[in-house]
Design a protein around this ligand. Structure first.
Ligand SMILES: *Cc1c(COP(=O)(O)O)cnc(C)c1O
Length: 421
């Protein structure tokens, strides 16, 4: 049953209620390894479902364009103060609708159309919004792309520096969606200083690890930091922009009125709740466990002959090149999903295959760590993954593994759903 219960939804719209219930059960029964996903707490879930969704609040606390902000102003102020305290930042804007709009706001704040932006290429682990060609950011600005090294699978800071000196971008992005290694924020900052660029750190994936002290922080190095709130940070769908005091005005103006109208106040409240949770001591333990689980899973996969990009992981994320296993990413991901292991197919650096049918798999340990899985479970998980990858079209194997996984996960409660008593 969904928790909190949704009796009004059931009565008003049984179709949607039935699908929500099915989704909740699906999240309970599977091993969820999609690196950008998590399970939010019941408190975060409740905050997203409140009457705050009824309110319009264009502007910022104390300077709104609508009346009736007696409660929204303190809610947004709490979220901002908690964000600043958690990350040690001078300024926070909690209004961006999601990670992509937050990144657009950075362009709006610092660039004119056509200006040069440098980011990690998408197939190397970067994000669309860092200037990739199909994104507005790659069409409206002039992209320059750095890559990872073929031999190490890692970003080479000397190469980044040479490219930045040659191209002189106005904005440099560090961070991405498929980076298994620690990002060297001080080295990026040095390059940005040397070339006169603005440095933006996109910590969407690793924000929770940073908050929990399990990854170095870009604060004090990057001019501006963007993050989603819903990945390892374990909040609602949303985003934040942190910056130095110097850039506060430019960022706020870029978000509103530059790009957005009214902020989603129910999301703001849920972000505030998630930030309070992330400041509790238990969250540092969570962040450490996420990394410990990823390292254990990476080691167990490597032992079974899996080719890991960069040879392993420093964070929550593992990127596998399946080429030596004789199966492509997509059929492997589909078979794994059928077998109760949910992850995504992903390009690997220098992938000879097409983006919609690439060579790799990406997985992350944010969600399973929230469920309470620890390192001791990782060898078994690697064994299941291996069994499925070796038997992608053997339905009997897939069904048996799915049943074994359902049985395992029944012992690990999730916020948001529990089996009927
Ligand atoms: C997830 C992600 C985003 C985009 O977030 P959305 O909320 O999906 O728009 C931006 N940058 C990075 C690095 C991400 O991982």
């Amino acid at each position: 049953m969904h928790e909190p219960a949704v009796p009004h939804l059931q009565a008003a719209d049984p179709d949607i209620a039935g699908l929500v219930e099915a989704e909740a059960r699906r999240q309970f029964e599977k091993i969820r390894l999609i690196a950008s996903e998590n399970y939010v707490s019941s408190a975060v879930l409740e905050a997203t479902g409140t009457v705050l969704t009824n309110k319009y609040s264009e502007g910022y606390a104390g300077k709104r364009y609508y009346e009736g902000q007696q409660n929204v102003d303190p809610i947004e102020t709490l979220a901002i103060e908690r964000a600043k305290a958690l990350f040690g930042a001078e300024h926070a804007n909690v209004q961006p609708y999601s990670g992509s709009p937050a990144n657009l706001a950075v362009y709006m704040a610092f660039l004119e159309p056509g200006d040069k932006v440098m980011g990690l290429a998408l197939p190397m682990g970067g994000h669309l919004t860092h200037g990739w060609s199909v994104s507005a950011t790659g069409k409206w600005f002039t992209p320059v792309r750095y890559e990872v090294r073929r031999d190490t699978g890692r970003v080479d800071m000397d190469e980044v520096r040479d490219l930045a000196l040659k191209e002189r971008p106005k904005l440099i992005w560090c961070g991405g969606t498929a980076i298994p290694r620690t990002i060297d924020f001080p080295a990026f900052a040095e390059i940005a200083r040397e070339t006169g660029a603005v440095l933006a750190a996109d910590i969407a994936h690793i924000a929770g690890l940073i908050a929990g002290g399990a990854h170095p922080s870009p604060v004090g190095h990057a001019d501006v930091i963007t993050t989603t709130t819903h990945k390892t940070l374990r909040g609602p769908r949303g985003a934040m922009i942190l910056s130095t005091a110097e850039h506060a005005k430019a960022i706020d103006k870029a978000v509103f009125p530059g790009l957005q109208g009214g902020p989603h106040d129910h999301t703001t409240a849920a972000i505030a709740v998630a930030l309070k949770e992330a400041a509790e001591p238990g969250f540092a333990a969570y962040a450490r466990q996420v990394v410990a689980n990823a390292k254990a899973l990476a080691a167990a996969l490597a032992e079974r002959g899996y080719d890991l990009i960069s040879g392993g992981t420093d964070n929550h994320l593992v990127l596998i090149d399946l080429t030596n296993k004789g199966v492509a990413g997509k059929p492997a991901a589909q078979a794994l999903d059928r077998a109760g292991i949910e992850l995504n197919y992903n390009a690997v650096p220098f992938d000879p295959r097409k983006p919609f049918d690439p060579s790799g798999l990406r997985l992350g340990t944010g969600a399973i760590t929230t469920r309470g899985l620890t390192e001791e479970r990782m060898p078994r998980l690697a064994a299941w993954i291996d069994e499925v990858v070796r038997n992608v079209s053997d339905e009997a194997v897939l069904d048996r593994v799915a049943a074994e996984i359902r049985e395992l996960m029944a012992a690990y409660p999730m916020p948001g759903w529990a089996p009927a008593p």
